[in-house]
Write a protein that binds this ligand. Structure first.
Ligand code: 5GP
Length: 188
């Protein structure tokens, strides 16, 4: 059986990754990996669906037992990809997608060079700032911090295999579906 392809899906905060990914999952046979994190759940998030919400001790023992494919510290919390399910899906020939940040992508690329990185870009930096600001409740300081992080993330876009602009949502999803199709053909 063919081994599945591993896709890495990244983009700066505010670019609309979650919306793009949920539409993409509805229109493809990708399997989404569920990350573990030490951050607290947000309203509406469910353990085992959005993330595995774990304590810092639990996360550190996952690291020690070599159960993480990659992990990072982002905004003061651990985030990581549990290794066993991803390896199982790939060996079953399933295509798997990881929604992770840029440091995690670099780790995966070192371990699994054939993994394919897709980076979602905003139409412009100004538009990204507008979108970040429209998340109303933040203080100016918090907005500046998020903007700085987002600009840092944007500077890593060139290291990805594909860059897709999220200007028009359905076009963005179509463009990613094209990438998946192209890679399916190649791997056959
Ligand atoms: P949030 O707290 O907004 O859900 O996620 C913060 C950032 O962590 C996002 O960029 C998200 O893609 C990233 N992230 C989520 N899960 C993982 C993971 O397992 N590994 C890495 N490296 N980053 C992750």
């Amino acid at each position: 059986m063919n081994k599945g392809t591993l896709y890495i899906f990244s983009g700066p905060s505010g670019v609309g990754k979650d919306t793009v990914l949920s539409l993409l999952l509805g229109r493809s046979d990708l399997t989404k990996s569920i990350s573990a994190t030490t951050r607290v759940p947000r309203d509406g998030e469910t353990d085992g669906v959005d993330y595995y919400f774990v304590t810092k001790d639990a996360f550190e023992s996952l690291i020690e037992n070599d159960e993480m494919l990659e992990y990072t510290n982002y905004a003061g919390n651990y985030y990581g990809t549990p290794k066993a399910p991803v390896e199982k899906w790939l060996s079953e020939g399933k295509d798997v997608i990881l929604k992770i940040e840029v440091d995690g992508c670099a780790q995966i690329k070192r371990k699994i060079p054939e993994a394919i990185g897709i980076f979602i870009l905003p139409p412009s930096e100004e538009e990204l700032e507008r979108r970040l600001r429209s998340r109303a409740t933040d203080t100016e300081e918090a907005v500046q911090k998020r903007l700085e992080t987002a600009l840092n993330e944007l500077s890593c876009a060139d290291s990805y295999d594909y860059r897709v602009v999220n200007d028009d949502l359905s076009k963005c999803v179509d463009d990613i579906l094209e990438i998946l199709k192209k890679n399916k053909k190649k791997s056959k």
